[in-house]
Design a protein around this ligand. Structure first.
Ligand SMILES: Nc1ncnc2c1ncn2[C@@H]1O[C@H](COP(=O)(O)OP(=O)(O)OP(=O)(O)O)[C@@H](O)[C@H]1O
Ligand SMILES: [Mg+2]
Length: 231
């Protein structure tokens, strides 16, 4: 399980996380919701090692991650699908997937078949440049690339942002499949409430750098939870 405890994070003098504590259990989908700019991506940067905490801790299955570089965290089993996808536009789909080999031992370096069953379009487009894919296809590629690293926890930052409904459905199906078939933990940051309601086992809501609500997915429909999500 991933555990974040009393996390504070600053950008210079500006504080983006204020005493965040959160857990993401294995075999569960944990969803973090919140409006624009409340610190959701900052939380994931702290988990993946893209930005240091000012204080507090992050650990995964008992291993303390504080101070550990992003590639070492990838070796620990943390797979990251960043906001905006960040695929390599000039590399082919195949090369983008192979960039996920970096944390793997030589003998483990292969593209799991699962990725092509979940996202068949990637197989048909293996030779195409990443930058020539549609936004939805790029999102599938970013998820595929993270899966190549054989993660034990998959961390996704707004995977539905700017994506058409049919591909959102495919992504939702893939996330459920990964939870149910592999028992991995999923930490999903979203603004799309219906997507979270459909997928989440446990939800957190953030506002201005703090957790303001926590509970089972059903609690999303309480007036208190709604209040934190409406603009
Ligand atoms: N590199 C940075 N330097 C300075 N401030 C930053 C930086 N990145 C984010 N911030 C600020 O930190 C706060 C939280 O940003 P963050 O990106 O974590 O929010 P978010 O919840 O992911 O927003 P969104 O839903 O728009 O993606 C915002 O006020 C943002 O302006
Ligand atoms: Mg964000």
């Amino acid at each position: 399980m991933l555990t974040v405890e009393k996390a504070n994070l600053h950008y210079g003098a500006a504080q983006a996380l204020r005493g965040i504590s959160l857990k993401a259990e294995m075999g569960k989908i944990t969803c973090v919701l919140g409006r624009n700019g409340v610190g959701k991506s900052s939380l994931l940067r702290a988990v993946t090692g893209q930005h240091p905490l000012s204080s507090g801790s992050v650990s995964f299955n008992g291993v303390a991650l504080n101070g550990m570089a992003p590639y070492s965290r990838a070796k620990q089993g943390i797979g990251y699908v960043p906001q905006g996808r960040e695929i390599f536009p000039l590399l082919t789909v195949k090369e983008n997937l192979e960039s996920g080999y970096a944390p793997l031992k030589r003998a483990e370096r292969s593209i799991p078949d699962d990725i092509f069953s979940l996202f068949p379009v990637l197989q048909t487009m293996l030779g195409r440049r990443g930058g020539d894919l549609s936004g939805g296809q790029q999102q599938q590629l970013a998820i595929g690339r993270a899966l190549v690293t054989r993660p034990k926890i998959l961390v996704l930052d707004e995977p539905t942002e700017g994506i058409q409904p049919s591909i959102i459905k495919d992504i939702g199906r893939a996330i459920k499949y990964l939870r149910d078939s592999t028992g991995m933990a999923i930490l999903l940051v979203e603004q799309y409430l219906d997507f979270c309601r459909e997928l989440a086992d446990h939800v957190y809501i953030m506002d201005r750098g703090e957790i303001v609500h926590e509970g089972p997915a059903e609690t999303l429909d309480t007036p208190e939870a709604r209040r934190h999500l409406t603009v």
